[in-house]
Design a protein around this ligand. Structure first.
Ligand code: CMC
Length: 431
């Protein structure tokens, strides 16, 4: 079937059916208003495809996530973050030369302008690192103003892509250093992306810092798992802002702001806070876990089992499966003895065997274990969303480029007006 029919009052119109490469079907309503005067209403765009895209495929019923056709499981197991970034941004896995070239390009741009370093002095010491990251990514457009003339086809775009990936890691790590009053650690270009980030976060000029391969591997996986997730809130934001032809840096900065919200990037922090409350309330005892599971099932309690359930996945979030395996390895190797971990395992076990969660298809999502993993790596809680942002960078960039290349028109939704109808102005003295 390539067309659907829509009957409105006495009028019947044909709507073209668009079919994606994984057999997803959509009704093209772009001519609906012109033909009938009607628009569609879809709060939260829950049922609206806002674009065609060839970057990421996500299928919630069966828990499938693929970047450019490659299953997330294979990429997380075998690839490096920069290799995945290249794949997402340029569409194909790089050969060795291309990967070397891209890695060298990113590595050469890890330094930030010394004047930007002074910005940190202006932020309050306890500034949230997401605010710092978004402002400084936006400020990159002032340091590299040719970005304003760069469109999706421009050769110089690659340079900006490399700058953005490299400098955002330095900006993020230095935001943390600033918050604890420690000197910034300059990037080490002998290290790969993940090792370098850990170095900038945790090394001090006063002592040797030994980088753990286990931590590097875990971080690499975390970044890959977050690298793209199709048209989520922050990615849609990047596209909306970019559709006005705003620059790559500006659009990505807006995406970082959208990610900051607790309904989007902030859920892993909420999981840890929930586990801490359960710990303070009596820990992993059977009695306490039963009590809390009961609360999560009770609509009147206003509490949900954070890290469970997903708008799109009605099955195990594939990212959660990978992360749980990786987290178990890290916890074992680092000999993590975290009471919150015991609580998380008990809760998960109970929920997966409870008909409330099973019937509603509520399974652990990516955030259930990522916070615990970051905690084991000693990454502070307010940096969790920053870590998400660093991982999501390739997805935002790829979506900005795809949208710009396709010449997407400026995003300008319609509304259904529900306010007062026309009325005359009343002079002030008569009101
Ligand atoms: N704990 C207890 N009950 C739940 C939960 C939960 N975590 N999630 C959903 N439900 C229940 C909900 O009460 C409803 O029950 P009923 O049908 O009896 O009214 C049913 O399951 C369906 O819930 P919903 O809110 O309609 O489902 P949704 O698809 O709109 O919400 C969600 C998805 C992720 C917002 C929700 O599952 C939730 O709040 N989870 C906890 C927060 C969380 O972990 N968020 C991170 C999501 S993953 C991040 C990412 O991919 O970016």
């Amino acid at each position: 079937m390539s067309k659907a029919e829509l009957k409105i009052n006495d009028q019947t119109i044909e709507l073209p059916v668009v079919v994606g490469s994984e057999n997803e079907h959509a009704l093209d309503i772009s001519k609906l208003r012109g033909q009938t005067g009607y628009v569609t209403l879809d709060y939260g765009l829950k049922n609206t495809a806002v674009t065609r895209s060839s970057i990421t495929y996500l299928e919630g019923e069966n828990g499938i996530l693929q970047y450019r056709g490659y299953p997330i499981e294979q990429l997380a197991e075998k690839a490096s973050f920069l290799e995945v970034a290249y794949l997402i941004i340029y569409g194909e896995l790089p050969d060795k030369n291309k990967l070397d070239e891209f890695t060298t390009g990113v590595t050469n741009h890890t330094l930030i302008h010394e004047n930007m370093k002074k910005f940190y002095e202006g932020f309050p010491q306890h500034a949230h690192p997401m605010g710092v990251l978004a402002s400084m990514v936006c400020a990159l457009s002032a340091f590299y103003p040719d970005i304003l003339e760069t469109d999706g086809e421009d050769e110089s775009l690659n340079l900006h892509v490399q700058r953005l990936i490299a400098k955002s890691a330095t900006i993020a790590a230095w935001a943390y250093k600033n918050s604890v009053g420690h000197p910034a650690m300059y990037p080490q270009n002998r290290l790969d992306y993940s090792a370098n980030f850990l170095y900038m976060m945790f090394a001090k000029p006063t002592e040797e810092y030994e980088i753990s391969d286990t931590m590097v591997d875990a971080l690499n996986k975390l970044l890959i798992l977050h690298a793209d997730h199709e048209q989520n809130c922050s990615t849609s934001t990047v596209r909306v802002v970019g559709s006005s032809r705003a620059s790559l840096y500006t659009s990505v900065s807006a995406g970082i702001m959208a990610l900051w919200g607790p309904l989007h990037g902030g859920a892993n922090q909420a999981v840890l806070e929930m586990l801490q409350r359960i710990y303070d309330d009596g820990g992993a005892s059977k009695q306490n876990i039963d009590k809390w599971i009961g609360r999560f099932k009770d609509k009147n309690s206003g509490q949900r089992l954070m890290g469970f359930g997903h708008r799109v996945y009605r099955n195990y979030d594939p990212r959660a499966t990978i992360l749980k395996k990786s987290a178990d390895a890290v916890f074992d190797e680092l000999k993590v003895n975290d009471p919150l971990l015991d609580i998380a395992r008990e809760l998960e076990h109970h929920a997966l065997n409870d008909s409330y969660f099973v019937d509603r298809k509520l399974y652990p999502n990516v955030d259930y274990y990522s916070g615990l993993l970051y905690r084991a790596m000693e990454i502070p809680t307010d940096m969790f969303t920053v870590m998400f942002a660093l991982g999501r960078m390739p997805g935002w960039i790829a979506n900005w480029i795809e949208m710009t290349r396709e010449g997407q028109p400026i995003t300008r939704p319609r509304q259904i007006y529900t306010g007062e109808t026309r009325r005359d102005y009343i002079p002030l003295e008569k009101r």
